[in-house]
Design a protein around this ligand. Structure first.
Ligand code: ZN
Length: 502
């Protein structure tokens, strides 16, 4: 087919994007359904449907006519707007990647993902790694192969890292993590030597219905419009955004842990605010959503830790918490509550980890993924290696795989190379705070007054509204200048030295 002019070519292009978006929307809703309300045994039918939908996307993207259309648009890129150019680039990228993956492998992989999710859940629930291991083996095998398809010039793990943060390499991460270790390990050591914080009151019985009420209160405080963002429950909290008026977040309530769900909601709420802050015109295009996983994590972890675990935020939310749980928190002062939710202590579960030790959990996963994808570690040896690294980095013994290598859903979802974005995102957030303070003055004075609007508005202006218009590293540089992990290590040092008086 010949294109008469740019206008007619763009009409075809928009139609293709619309169809891909619709199929992805369907896949996303099925996934959401699977992990929230679908019956346990429903995996088989769903995996067939997901396989069929994925193969439709594959057919659209890999159609030779689509390739010709993209070539035509690229040739005439001077006549396209900045955002259209980016859309073309993004589709071209997925097209090139996908065209390298044979269709049968692509479909098989997507069906595997659906089954792996159930196997991981079964394995975790019954504390039996051997249930998940055969699926993990296939997932690793596929990802090793796909890495070569994505970018044959890069080493396999670098190619996978690139999927979540363009330009990220093992070299950069090795340096970054070494820098974090230099700060965090001595801090953990010093903290061990001083009086420990009592946080036992956080593990009293906190009825779920009251926790739910608190979750909604936190969402309102963060300025999340609940007409466009809904909260539900799943094993592992996450966020799905379909467009800026349809965002879903989930949490997991534990009756004996008040902080767990509250901070999951604030974390996922940060992701939701990002998704909802994207320009309307990017809805239903690949420009909707965030610019990278690291950038996304920078937002969620900014709200969760920098804001949510600040003394000022606690002063704002604690009266409500006290009102909901007067007996459980009888005699607990605001300052004691603040210290309890910032207690730093090596622990087993990443998502429950405190702000200081969190990155050590990420490093364990990074080392394992690097070796799995690099072919230096066998799946059967993952539990042993996991436990060894926990001992080395955090000094603790892992009692079982449920609280060890089966705790996260990432690998069952086929995500290898994702974990480092959590640590990188945390560091991005600390650097953003510095810039924000230059623009807005004392950020925490605003937080103390419950005024998060100005903070969210700043983030929207600088980050959220752009969606995926810019490559993440460029967007970061535009806002913050050169990336420097020192902002993050300084932030941690200052915060924890003050809390522990060290
Ligand atoms: Zn997150």
């Amino acid at each position: 087919m010949k294109y008469e002019n740019i206008k007619s070519a763009l009409e075809v292009f928009d139609d293709i994007q619309g169809r891909i978006n619709a199929l992805n929307h369907g896949i996303g809703v099925l996934y959401l359904d699977a992990v929230t309300v679908a019956p346990k045994g429903s995996g088989e039918g769903r995996s067939l449907t997901m396989g069929a939908l994925s193969s439709m996307i594959y057919e659209i993207i890999s159609n030779p006519e689509n390739v010709r259309l993209l070539d035509y648009l690229e040739l005439n890129k001077d006549e396209l707007s900045e955002s259209k150019n980016r859309e073309v680039t993004l589709m071209k990228e997925s097209c090139t990647k996908l065209s390298r993956i044979p269709q049968d492998e692509y479909v098989e992989y997507n069906m595997l993902l659906s089954k792996a999710q159930d196997a991981w859940e079964d394995g975790k629930n019954s504390n039996d790694f051997s249930i998940f291991a055969p699926y993990l083996e296939k997932l690793v095998e596929f990802n090793r192969k796909f890495a070569g398809y994505y970018n044959p010039k890069l080493s396999k793990y670098d190619a996978l890292l690139n999927e979540y943060e363009e330009g990220l390499t093992m070299e950069t991460l090795d340096k970054f993590f070494a820098q974090l270790r230099e700060t965090i390990v001595p801090l953990i050591e010093k903290i061990k030597g001083v009086k420990q914080i009592d946080s036992s009151f956080l593990n009293k019985t906190y009825p779920i219905d009251k926790q739910r009420e608190l979750a909604y209160y936190a969402m309102d405080l963060m300025g999340i419009n609940r007409d466009y963002c809904v909260l539900s429950e799943s094993e592992h909290p996450f966020t799905s955004g379909f467009n800026n008026k349809d965002v879903r977040i989930t949490t997991h309530y534990y009756e004996n842990d008040l902080a767990s769900s509250l901070y999951s909601v604030i974390h996922e709420g940060g992701h939701a605010i990002y998704e909802m802050g994207c320009e309307d015109e990017y809805n239903f295009t690949p420009l909707y959503g965030g610019s990278s996983m690291s950038m996304h994590e920078s937002q969620s972890r900014f709200y969760e830790n920098i804001i949510g675990r600040s003394r000022e935020f606690i002063s704002c939310i604690y009266p409500k918490i006290k009102e909901l749980f007067p007996q459980q928190l009888e005699g607990v002062s605001q300052e004691e509550f603040y210290r309890a939710i910032n207690k730093a202590e090596p622990s087993l579960i990443r998502t429950e980890a405190d702000e200081l030790t969190y990155c050590m959990h990420v490093m364990v996963r990074y080392e394992i993924e690097k070796k799995l994808i690099g072919g230096e570690l066998q799946v059967k040896d993952v539990p042993e290696e996991w436990n060894r690294l926990y001992k080395e980095y955090l000094g603790i013994d892992v009692p079982d795989d449920r609280s060890g290598c089966l705790q996260d859903s990432h690998w069952s979802g086929g995500s290898f190379g994702y974990f480092p974005t959590y640590a990188l995102g945390s560091a991005y957030g600390a650097q953003m705070l510095k810039v924000m303070e230059k623009d807005l003055g004392n950020v925490f004075e605003k937080v103390a007054k419950g005024n998060l609007q100005e903070i969210t508005a700043w983030l929207k202006e600088k980050i959220h509204r752009h969606g995926n218009l810019y490559v993440s590293t460029k967007l970061f540089k535009n806002v913050c200048g050169e990336f420097d992990a020192k902002y993050y290590t300084d932030y941690l040092k200052k915060k924890y030295s003050e809390i522990y008086g060290i």
